[in-house]
Ligand binder design. Structure first.
Ligand SMILES: Nc1ncnc2c1ncn2[C@@H]1O[C@H](COP(=O)(O)OP(=O)(O)OP(=O)(O)O)[C@@H](O)[C@H]1O
Ligand SMILES: [Mg+2]
Length: 260
């Protein structure tokens, strides 16, 4: 399936016929889609269909075997501060404290110390780590490290935010709260987001579009344009329309080969 609903104007991210092999293993095949500035797209799909690989390609950490990826009409040839990634396995710097990790992207951008401390503190508070600013990652739980990683990616204020199951390891309460806070941030900032999740409700609640990937090799097999306006409230999750779209996506995932 080729997905191209953007106008060509204000295209932030453009993937054209992207494929990748790891030796003989054909992981992604002919992936084409565009994200407009301020778009929020979620990727759902069976384990191993190539979701993380796709994010790594957009991050510039992998090079496609075929096809091209561009950001603002510039070919992606490697990583850059314009794209922040929250990795599936948390990727905080073990030798930095919480606040130093969160400040990292701002330091790379040359933001002066006082301003970056204030900004970093705001994101530390947001993810519920107030009081743990000077802790090192080894002193934190897995879920806390994940939250440091989310704060780090948000604080960097990138053009494109790449998030690989960022809330998967969190307890239900923290997860719901961070989803709501993250949605508010997106509603305010309109950062372009490409978001990977296994959680159908999370994809529906947060995104403007949901792509379902099938496996062997990974392809885009289904697209849903999420019709819910903003601001979205918690109560949306229990509405009939939400539940109907949830059922539609679960069916698409079944067809794509995912077990639910
Ligand atoms: N660097 C690599 N070298 C060789 N094979 C790889 C590499 N990275 C990923 N793969 C393979 O590519 C396929 C897709 O992996 P990927 O991590 O992208 O899947 P995923 O959709 O993110 O899965 P999950 O939902 O379990 O996170 C898998 O078969 C994996 O073994
Ligand atoms: Mg993955």
């Amino acid at each position: 399936m080729t997905t191209d609903t953007s106008t060509g104007n204000g295209v932030k991210l453009d993937l054209r016929n992207v494929s990748i092999y790891f030796d003989d293993l054909h992981v992604l095949d002919d992936i084409s889609f565009r994200l407009a500035q301020g778009d929020f797209v979620s990727l759902l799909g069976p384990s191993g269909c190539g979701k993380s690989t796709l994010l790594n390609l957009v991050a510039g950490l992998l090079t496609p075997t075929g096809g091209e990826i561009s950001r603002d009409d510039m070919l992606v040839t490697g990583p850059g501060p314009d794209r922040s990634m929250v990795f599936q396995d948390d990727a905080v710097f073990p030798w930095y404290t919480v606040v130093q990790n969160v400040e990292y992207g701002l330091r790379v951008k040359g933001v002066e110390k006082k301003e970056r401390r204030v900004k970093a503190q705001g994101f530390i508070d947001l993810v519920g780590l107030t009081g743990r600013e000077d802790a090192y990652p080894y002193q934190l739980s897995g879920g806390m490290r994940k939250r440091v990683d989310v704060a780090r990616a948000l604080a960097a204020e990138p053009d494109v935010l790449l998030m690989d199951e960022p809330f998967a390891s969190l307890d239900a309460m923290t997860k719901t709260r961070l989803q709501a806070e993250f949605l508010r941030i997106w509603e305010d900032s309109h950062t372009t987001v490409l978001f990977v999740t296994h959680d159908v409700e999370e994809a529906l609640y947060l995104s403007e579009r949901v792509f379902v990937m099938s496996t062997g090799p990974g392809r885009l097999s289904y697209q849903l344009d999420v019709p819910f306006p903003h601001p979205r409230e918690e109560s949306l999750r229990t509405s009939t329309a939400f539940q109907n779209h949830r059922a539609e996506l679960i069916q698409a995932l079944h067809r794509a080969g995912a077990e639910f």
